[in-house]
Write a protein that binds this ligand. Structure first.
Ligand SMILES: [Fe+2]
Ligand SMILES: [Fe+2]
Length: 357
């Protein structure tokens, strides 16, 4: 081949030969099935749009989402698509969901949605599904396989038998530190669906899983937790490169468990404190996570934000945009083999966390 290696020939010349004359396996190699292209997408989450009455909504939460939408529209280059990480609404009413969708309708580009518990526990997702379609699905994009799960389901008994009214159920699930609450889970049905979905995927294809709650166990008292996390992780184990991106926690978290990198999203509405700084108990954060410094009570939007995500060769770099705080970048570090804060990861560079008591 005149000095050109077979692999290079396939990469450079494969497209010219086109599908017709090559067996399928060679076409797959030629189009780089295992070498994903670089691209970016935006990730907005947790707007908690709150209805007051009539046409009135809590202005502060509206403002967070409006600004995130405006800044996403100014991105250059354009992100390939946008993910919305769940909790559009506060109490899951049609008014809240529709108002949130109206504000998100200002986004230029396709949006993929993830179900949050605040969208679900009033009518068990009926209005959300009517507006947005299925709550779990997958698609391929530029050599990366994306999977969306509804991770905020719980035991049928808790959901169906315990409450006088749907609103009561919603309000119970909306609270932190609630002894009457119930842990989130993906559930058997979706795990079976996921097993089936992944069955045909090449093990070297990068997988990005999007969920609302973390598919790892951080702090059960606040449902920073998914009960069947290990069973979902097990299904993802055979793949070389997996990233889980999640909302719900309203704070920066990142972790590495085996082949799986975890990254959280900030909320456009409000920040949660880190569990350890609030409860004064042992740290529940993944070991790798460097807390972010916050929150300044004199800035009502402090420690809220949104994310722009670069995918390169299957790795995820999360750019946290925090309008009233310092922006942060948490990127997969090849040498260390896990995500790391590009500025604050080394111990001497860390900003001491503020205390909330
Ligand atoms: Fe939330
Ligand atoms: Fe949530």
């Amino acid at each position: 081949m005149n000095g050109m290696t077979r692999r290079r020939f396939l990469r450079q010349g494969g497209a010219l030969l086109a599908a017709g004359s090559l067996p399928l396996s060679l076409v797959e190699i030629a189009f780089g099935k295992s070498s994903p292209e670089n691209f970016s997408f935006a990730f907005l989450s947790d707007s908690h749009i709150t209805h007051i009455k009539g046409k009135e909504f809590v202005r502060n939460w509206d403002r967070g989402l409006i600004r995130a939408v405006a800044e996403t529209n100014l991105l250059d280059p354009r992100p390939d698509f946008i993910f919305y990480g769940g909790d559009i609404a506060q109490l899951g009413t049609p008014e809240e969901i529709d108002h949130g969708l109206e504000l998100l309708g200002g986004l230029r580009g396709d949006i993929h949605y993830i179900m949050g518990e605040h969208d679900y526990y009033l009518d068990l997702g009926e209005h959300w599904r009517k507006q947005l379609g299925p709550d779990h699905y997958s698609f391929d994009h530029k050599g990366v396989h994306f999977v969306v799960l509804n991770s905020i389901l719980t035991y049928d008994e808790w959901t169906h038998d315990k409450w006088d009214t749907p609103l009561r159920r919603m309000k119970e699930m909306a609270r932190l530190d609630n002894p009457q609450g119930s842990p989130f889970m993906v559930g058997e049905e979706q795990r079976a669906w996921l097993r089936n979905d992944l069955a045909g995927i090449d093990k070297d294809t990068p997988i990005v899983v999007m969920s609302h709650s973390p598919l790892q166990k951080i702090y059960k008292g606040w449902n920073f937790w998914t009960e069947d996390a290990e069973q979902v992780q097990e299904l993802l184990k055979p793949f070389t490169k997996v990233t889980v991106l999640y909302g719900h926690v309203h704070q920066i978290q990142y972790n590495q468990i085996g082949n799986i990198s975890f990254n959280s999203a900030m909320a456009t509405a409000w920040p949660w404190p880190y569990p350890a700084s609030f409860t004064q108990e042992a740290s529940y954060l993944p070991r790798l996570t460097v807390n972010m410094n916050r929150a300044d009570p004199f800035f009502e939007r402090d420690a809220t934000g949104w994310q722009f995500i670069n995918m390169h060769t299957g790795d995820v770099d999360v750019h946290y945009i925090l309008p009233d705080n310092r922006n942060r970048v948490v990127a997969f570090n090849d040498k260390l083999g896990h995500p790391a804060d590009t500025v604050y990861q080394p111990e001497p560079d860390r900003i001491p966390p503020q205390r909330h008591y």
